[in-house]
Design a binder for this molecule. Structure first.
Ligand code: UD2
Ligand code: MN
Length: 551
């Protein structure tokens, strides 16, 4: 064959290959439009193409292959179920259906849980747009990690069954049940025997009571999936809950995603959206978790799209496994329950990641009436919160202590490793977090400003001497002198006009800007050389203080 001919043939072949395989210009792009139109047909979800399974509809926006991950066969099967509690309806309770002692053991009505199907159906309460959303065809797989301590039998089983039934098999690497040293009999051999039917379920157990934070860490350390997905042990996942979470992580692996948490009533087990469903996670200065409206600036054109959330509720989220460990996982010094949701949230935002709530992913959770399990003596939520505040919140921790003075003298234990990690990861400071991520929080929960740290003596730490003023040949100058306990001669007060007044010499701190010298001078509040600005000051408090002092 002549060289020219050969070259021509090669080119033709290359062009043909490109036409078929290159997204958006190739043959695929012709399919894209066709399928998108088809899947967007209204009323489509009523007439599921039975037997076609998932993967029917594809799209190729931005060059990535996406597909419809719905499992229409199982959706249709569920739609046909009937019975008590089905479709997430409240169980019709009678007087006899209330066993107080059983209720107390679990914190919810276990009788109802025992009397509704383990595979019960749930209502699809997602935003309508979710029904047509496509997600990447190639999603990472996940280890689903479920810590439990003395969980009820049927509530734990229903969690597992809902996962098995409503999750594409290919996306589950494994389900790791982590027993945090439970005592209840049904959680021992009986659980092992039951779970044997699920090849993907593994059970691991802590050697002593560790609390939910270290229990999750144990599960995470054994996990092999690309993503870690954490759930509580009394959940029911809803239709197509996982693909939207994994999709977001596939787009950017430094992302934590949370499903919308629905409420399973602790008495009748009715399933419904949480009050304040489409809101974002926040906190007040006593560190109570709150949800606040999404500010207009952050509202998405499509309300079913993921939106930014400053802090998570805690229990239900997915995170890239490798990145979770790069972030150091959780602080293992957090005991039993609470505070870890702030730790992981602050860390993610401050150390280069993002966090989203995903409206198309919904998971029901039994919010219990009371905590049924014992908490070892000596552990306190306050200690966990202070640990997190001291590690991550910088000067903002002061706002907490203003509200909860008893936190001030609480011991956090050693947090040097946490602080070192923060340094190594080159995390931003909390001021940045408040300004860039949680900027709308103070609008709902205004901080209490600390009182001005600007009265009494001014003591130098190295010299252990106090700032005093002395009248000399060159006028009144500043100098250091011995601090006298409650010695009024070395007392200063910060006035509302920004001057620093020294009552004994009846003069004010002044400066010579040209010579960069601090001196004392007759008070002249109009002179800017006598005005000093403290970084944090609350004029209302100051006004009261000065008023009090002068009367
Ligand atoms: C919320 C979170 C929870 C956790 C907690 C703060 C949701 C829906 N729930 O409280 O996940 O973040 O706030 O820490 O966001 N557990 C143990 N060992 C223990 C105690 C609990 O393994 O010592 C298990 C427990 O069985 C459950 C999980 O940890 O699976 C969370 O505990 P919870 O359900 O008592 O917490 P919850 O939902 O009140
Ligand atoms: Mn829970």
């Amino acid at each position: 064959m002549k060289r020219k001919q050969k070259r021509f043939l090669q080119m033709t072949l290359l062009f043909t290959v490109a036409l078929i395989f290159l997204p958006n210009i190739g043959l695929w792009s012709l399919y894209k439009d066709k399928h998108l139109v088809k899947s967007a047909e209204p009323g489509e979800q009523q007439t599921f193409p039975l037997g076609l399974g998932d993967g029917q509809f594809y799209s190729w926006t931005d060059g990535l292959r996406r597909k419809d991950w719905h499992d229409y066969e199982s959706i249709q099967k569920e739609a046909m179920r009937s019975g008590k509690g089905e479709h997430g309806k409240p169980y019709p309770l009678t007087e006899e259906d209330h066993d107080d002692s059983a209720y107390r053991e679990n914190g919810f009505n276990i009788f109802v849980s025992n009397n509704i199907a383990l595979e019960r159906s749930l209502p699809d309460i997602r935003h309508a747009n979710c029904k047509h959303k496509m997600y990447l065809e190639r999603l990472p797989n996940t280890s689903i990690i479920i810590p439990f301590h003395n969980e009820g039998w049927t509530s734990l089983l229903r969690t597992i069954h809902s996962i098995i039934n409503r999750t594409p098999e290919s996306l589950i690497a494994e389900i790791i049940l982590v027993d945090d040293f439970s005592e209840r009999e049904h959680l021992k051999d009986k659980l092992e025997e039951y779970m044997a039917r699920f090849s993907k379920v593994r059970i691991v157990r802590t050697k002593k009571r560790e609390g939910l934070i270290r229990t999750r860490l144990l599960g995470a350390s054994m996990a092999r999936g690309e993503v870690l997905t954490f759930l509580d042990s009394h959940c029911e996942v809803n239709v197509n809950w996982l693909p939207p979470l994994l999709n977001q992580i596939a787009l950017n692996h430094k992302t934590i995603v949370c499903p919308m948490i629905d409420v399973i009533d602790h008495n009748h087990f009715g399933y419904e959206a949480q009050a304040g469903d489409a809101m974002r996670g926040a906190f007040d200065w006593e560190m109570y978790y709150k949800r606040i409206p999404i500010p207009p600036e952050l509202q998405r054109a499509d309300p079913s799209d993921p939106f930014e959330s400053p802090v998570m509720a805690g229990g239900l989220f997915a995170v890239d496994r490798k990145w979770f460990w790069e972030l150091g996982g959780y602080d293992p010094g957090l005991e039993i329950w609470g505070g870890e949701q702030y730790e992981i949230s602050f860390k993610v935002w401050m150390c280069g990641g993002e966090m989203f709530d995903v409206p198309c992913s919904r998971v029901g959770h039994i919010y219990r009436k009371y905590v049924p399990y014992k908490v070892p003596s000596g552990t306190s939520l306050a200690r966990n919160l202070k640990r997190v505040a001291e590690t991550w919140m910088d000067e903002f921790a002061e706002y907490i202590y203003q509200r909860r003075p008893e936190y001030r003298h609480l011991s956090t234990g050693d947090i040097s490793a946490q602080k070192e990690l923060r340094k190594q990861l080159k995390c931003k400071d909390f001021k940045w977090f408040m300004a860039a991520v949680a900027w709308d929080v103070p609008k709902y929960y205004p901080p209490v400003e600390p009182p001005p740290a600007a009265w009494g003596e001014i003591r130098n730490v190295a010299a252990n001497l106090c700032v005093d003023s002395k009248h000399g040949a060159t006028g009144t100058e500043l100098r250091l002198d011995i601090c006298v306990k409650d010695g009024s001669e070395r007392t200063w007060s910060h006035e509302q006009d920004r001057t620093l007044f020294h009552p004994v010499s009846n003069s004010c701190m002044d400066c010579n800007p040209a010579e960069k010298k601090i001196v004392m001078a007759r008070c002249d509040p109009l002179s800017e050389t006598q005005q000093w600005i403290f970084e944090h000051i609350n004029m209302t408090v100051l006004e009261k203080l000065n008023h009090h002092a002068s009367s």
